[in-house]
Design a protein around this ligand. Structure first.
Ligand SMILES: Cc1cc2nc3c(=O)[nH]c(=O)nc-3n(C[C@H](O)[C@H](O)[C@H](O)COP(=O)(O)OP(=O)(O)OC[C@H]3O[C@@H](n4cnc5c(N)ncnc54)[C@H](O)[C@@H]3O)c2cc1C
Length: 287
């Protein structure tokens, strides 16, 4: 049963931040509610006050600004899927959006809610980690930005404080020669939480040398992770089968998976290496 709570409907971001500051000990923001309502029904979260941020004008839309795409906190996964700039410049984000839940859920679920919820299996986290995204946090005290790699603290915990709101995720526009890929393994092809998911990005120069490598994995540790040692195996190198195999081995080594109803820890570690290899082979072979 849904516990009793008071729904607050701010009209502006300033009003929402004031509400979070006033009720900081017993309040949660809600956007699409696709995580929060099931959590409240299941007794995992019981806030006295819920602040609905879905209609705030300041949090709507995707805009291009200072070499970034800025995705507002009210932007749904379906909007990401429909955005031609994302399809053109960040197909890895589009690919992840396409396999998050079902069309019904995607119409309500927000990208920022997916990150703020901090599930280790969140589908938007690996591509945004691979793209070096950062989140913008606002409170009545001001605004701060945190690199997404530093945002997740533990299972369902982030650096976002109770009086703060994530207002946007900022994604640097990939440069020429940047290639990326996303991969998700679920127990079925659609509407499934990831058993393992991951994304890679490589920025190659004219000679095919990898200048920057990003490898991110989900559902293999308490938080979505970057596989830093695996990235180092690629940077400064031309992508070869041997280099890719080494990076995949290091990526599997970076995982700290658990056994649960969706998969065994040993399986997760193994397929983490497999999907990293496949993604790197894919980006390495693109024209
Ligand atoms: C049937 C079903 C299938 C699903 N399948 C998938 C799937 O395949 N992949 C996947 O990754 N997820 C899946 N989910 C989970 C969920 O849909 C996503 O995580 C979604 O993106 C959450 O966004 P939301 O806007 O609904 O978040 P909400 O439920 O509104 O919020 C989630 C949490 O984040 C907090 N929060 C929300 N916005 C902010 C903000 N701006 N600042 C600070 N805190 C905030 C809330 O307080 C809450 O604790 C599924 C859920 C359902 C019900």
């Amino acid at each position: 049963m849904l516990p009793e709570f008071e729904l607050l409907m701010p009209r502006t971001l300033a009003e929402a931040l004031a509400m979070l500051a006033d009720y900081a000990l017993d309040v949660l923001p809600v956007a699409g509610a696709t995580n929060l309502i099931p959590d409240m029904r299941g007794g995992r979260r019981c806030p006295r006050y819920v602040v609905n941020i879905a209609s705030l004008p300041e949090l709507q839309g995707i805009r291009q600004e200072d070499g970034h795409l800025v995705i507002g906190a009210a932007v749904t996964v379906a909007e990401v899927l429909d955005d031609p700039r994302i399809a053109r410049m960040m197909p890895v984000l589009r690919d992840a959006a396409a396999v998050l839940a079902s069309p019904l859920v995607r119409n309500r679920a927000t990208v920022v809610g997916n990150l703020a919820n901090a599930s280790p299996a969140a589908d938007m986290a690996p591509p945004l980690l691979a793209l070096d995204a950062e989140v913008e946090l606002a409170s009545t005290g001001g605004v701060r930005r945190v690199a997404l790699k530093d945002f997740f603290v533990d299972v369902r915990r982030t650096v976002c404080q109770p009086h703060e709101l994530v207002t946007a995720v900022r994604v640097p526009l990939p440069g020429f020669g940047s290639r990326s890929a996303f991969y998700k393994i679920g127990l079925r092809n659609a509407d499934a939480i990831a058993v393992v998911n991951g994304a890679v990005r490589v920025d190659l120069d004219e000679g095919g040398v990898c200048r920057t490598a990003r490898i991110a994995l989900g559902a293999v540790a308490p938080t979505p992770i970057r596989a830093y040692e695996a990235e180092r195996a690629l940077e400064g190198q031309v992508l070869t089968p041997e280099g890719i195999a080494e990076a995949a081995r290091r990526a599997a080594e970076a995982t700290r998976p658990i056994d649960d109803i969706r998969g065994a820890a040993a399986y997760r570690r193994y397929v983490a290496g497999v999907i990293v290899r496949r993604m790197l082979e894919g980006v390495g072979s693109k024209e």
